[in-house]
Design a protein around this ligand. Sequence first.
Ligand code: 13P
Ligand code: SF4
Length: 337
Amino acid sequence: MAPETHAAITGAELYHKLSVLGQYDYDRAACDRYASIIAEIERLKAQRRAVVLAHNYQRPEIFEVADFIGDSLELARKAKEVRDAEIIVFCGVHFMAETAKVFNPDRKVLLPDLKAGCSLADSVTAEALAQRKAELKQIYPDLKVISYVNCTADVKALSDACCTSANAAKVVNAIDSGHILFVPDQNLANYVQTQTGKQIISWDGNCYVHHQITAAEVEKVKRGLPGVKVLAHPECRSDVLGIADAVLSTSAMVRYAQESGATEFLIVTECGLSDRLLLEIPGKHFYKACKLCRYMKMITLEGTLDSLRHLRYEIELSEDVREGARQALERMLELSA
Ligand code: 13P
Ligand code: SF4
């Protein structure tokens, strides 16, 4: 992907577009303000030869300046395909921006707010993983470490392969070992265990957004909306996944909703995804779990403008960590091809 110029949107057009979300904070004055920031971001993107990659959980006004919107797997692939651009502005969380840097050592990769972390990534350190891996290797000499991409680059560098929510079972089944140490998400590990005959040894991390969603809440909505299709992210607890119609990555939810004959969906993941669905799929109804990821929401349109203006905040990785993480990410792409 290469830098592209987008036609400017007016405040009135943005107001009309975002009105489907039914959120009172997108009033006419806010949309006028966003439209002028969007125009300035587009001007700076062209001037600085920058591309903007955005995760599905980002704010709807950020979607307007994104050159690509997707899930972790798609964003990793897009980051690998960047051509001509000198700068990548990553509207997402820190580990995702690190992945963009892994594939773009000679480009500036900017994250508008360095505090945009992830509770899963915080739950495993490279030191703790190295220790656990050494202990388990004594018991299972064929042990392989698979890290869910929601972890830091130095954790990835200690892994045999990475995976995302879109390809976790495929990677586990394809790797040449019957014993897998799966880090850091216990819920995704439990889900993968249902999809494989291999022995999964899980870390005890979780996503604070998905882990708080209970099966009782989901059941209650299902009872009130007979026929609703429940789409759940695999970071949810296993009893929630057990009552879902489909367990999918964020972008796979978009495709499922587009292709399904159903018209009503309960989206059991972070709320930003429901905004994308409402904007892109008119005529269908999306009920959301009302859970926000405070890290994803630290990225704002104003912060993105400042990031491009002041070229901040730059992601830096040491060469050995970058190379180790690159190998684990490349292995993921091979195994899930
Ligand atoms: P996806 O890769 O499915 O978009 O998930 C990323 C994430 O952080 C979910 O919480
Ligand atoms: Fe991390 Fe959860 Fe936020 Fe995704 S939703 S970025 S897993 S804290």
